[in-house]
Design a binder for this molecule. Sequence first.
Ligand SMILES: Nc1ncnc2c1ncn2[C@@H]1O[C@H](COP(=O)(O)OP(=O)(O)OP(=O)(O)O)[C@@H](O)[C@H]1O
Ligand SMILES: [Mg+2]
Length: 255
Amino acid sequence: MTAAAGAHAIPDVLAVRDLKKSYGDVHVLDGIDLDVAPDEVLAVLGPSGCGKSTLLRLLAGLEPVDAGEIRIGDEEVGGPSPDRPMVAQGATLFPWLSLRGNLEWGPRATGHADPAAAADELLEATALTGFADVRPGQLSGGMRQRAAIAQVLANRPPVLLLDEPFGALDAQTRLRMHEWLRGLLAERPTTVVLVTHDVDEALLLGDRLALLSARPSHVVERIDVPFGAERARSTLSDPGFVALKARVLDLVLSA
Ligand SMILES: Nc1ncnc2c1ncn2[C@@H]1O[C@H](COP(=O)(O)OP(=O)(O)OP(=O)(O)O)[C@@H](O)[C@H]1O
Ligand SMILES: [Mg+2]
């Protein structure tokens, strides 16, 4: 945490302190500490059922915490906000609206001056301009996920919470989605917490990794990802990437 370092330190945009959450007897989060710097992508990995989606829901303010604190800048998270939307596991668009209708929805709801122009920009960013009038059910899985992410980016939120956004896609489509998301975030710098069980995805998209233990979970390891903005498909065969992936896989399997 840089905030404690002195009066001139820039506070981390997202700070999680000793976060605890249980559902009845199910003790899920056991004191999670995280810091995510402005415009950083933090990839969160951990065994199935350890509480990754729970953590994201708490960050989104969709559920109350049992103990601990979540701060964004100077504000404590106390409820949901369009400033930190979450794309849930298996996210869906509004099935009765066209793609354009889905993308205009957020800007319209928040009083954007020109929702149609905002939607046009997102259609272009997702390379889906030709599908503007199509309903979500007629899009491929990759298109739908691109659109679901674009929908929540419509209002340019400072923080984006992604729960296994590409988990249901085949490996090739997933790689294309990684390149697409990296390009989009380069154009629209955003602080991102990305939950994934795919180590390649974590290393291709994350600036840092946080590895959670099995339930009741805490952060067992934080890893800086040393690959820069030029990461691409070819990075997968880089010896440094292969070595780090092996190390992270070992940590995930023993978490
Ligand atoms: N609303 C709820 N009520 C009761 N138990 C819940 C609720 N939500 C989650 N849990 C429990 O909390 C634990 C963590 O669930 P969560 O979905 O956060 O895990 P996860 O790490 O996202 O798993 P996966 O990798 O499979 O997506 C699980 O044991 C789950 O059954
Ligand atoms: Mg989950």
